[in-house]
Design a protein around this ligand. Structure first.
Ligand code: SF4
Length: 259
């Protein structure tokens, strides 16, 4: 029998997480509307159907993979979940597996003890409160243990086809580095990107920016000579202003992300 006091504390925390009010931020970008249109037009030619690189088989395994990916690489998570999702691809199967065996599957991932706790708790909540299904509303998703705004955005986009902007380390860096949507916090950057990216490109923009950051506009040394927006880019860090040839890139191989 769960302790009613603990239950009420958990409820209060969950409600405050869901109800956190976000102040609207003013639009700020170094690019004209025509330039932004052109940037995303080029990304759309390079990668017409960009996809996230976390391997998953359904909304539940996506939630678990994203929850495991905090401060870990997609490649590291994919390596661990390949075997895990064969035995536990629903909340019910995850509960049957149990926390101890789950830990064995994910012990190569950083913070795995805490993450295992969260995965068990979120599986329990999905069974108890959502009929075993992953909800498709942000305010319900963020009530799940270990699921914050960023994870909810990824799930809404990848599992339910909603245009969201989950600001990860790559997107935060690019938005500030090239002054597309500068901001001090991921929330500020998210709000600005949602305003400055042309609406018809918004759905794929999240993946275009992540992939651009992961493979070209890298953290340590951006590879500007391989960049298709080098002529438009307004970063003081850029080392070249001749754009790379605009061609469609080979299809992504999901499950083998490099970073
Ligand atoms: S030109 Fe360089 S700094 Fe600018 S977006 Fe491209 S890779 Fe990044």
């Amino acid at each position: 029998m769960p302790d009613p006091k603990l239950k009420s504390v958990r409820k209060t925390l969950q409600n405050s997480k869901a109800n956190t009010r976000r102040r609207a931020v003013p639009v700020r970008t170094a690019y004209s509307q025509a330039e932004r249109e052109e940037i995303f037009r080029r990304f759309s030619i390079q990668r017409p159907e960009p996809r996230g690189e976390l391997a998953h088989t359904n909304p539940f395994t996506l939630v678990v993979a994203v929850a495991l990916s905090a401060q870990a690489t997609d490649a590291g998570v994919n390596k661990a979940t390949r075997a895990l999702f064969k035995v536990a691809d629903t909340p019910q199967k995850m509960l049957a597996l149990g926390e101890e065996r789950l830990r064995d599957y994910i012990r190569t991932i950083g913070l795995y003890r805490n993450k295992a706790k969260n995965v068990m708790a979120l599986s329990q909540m999905l069974v108890d409160e959502f009929g075993g299904e992953v909800p498709n509303k942000r305010e319900e998703l963020v009530r799940l243990p270990g699921v914050g705004r960023k994870t909810a955005n990824v799930v809404l986009s990848m599992a339910f086809g909603q245009a969201t902007m989950a600001v990860d380390t790559h997107i935060f860096r690019i938005a500030n580095r090239i002054k597309l949507a500068p901001g001090k916090t991921p929330d500020e950057v998210e709000d600005r990107l949602m305003k400055v990216i042309p609406g018809h490109y918004l759905y794929h923009a999240h993946h275009w920016l992540i992939l651009h950051g992961r493979y070209t506009c890298k953290a340590r040394r951006p590879e500007c000579e391989r960049c298709v927006i080098a002529d438009l880019c307004k970063s003081p860090e850029k080392s070249c202003d001749v754009p790379a040839p605009l061609v469609e890139l080979p299809p992504q191989v999901i499950g083998e992300a490099v970073e």
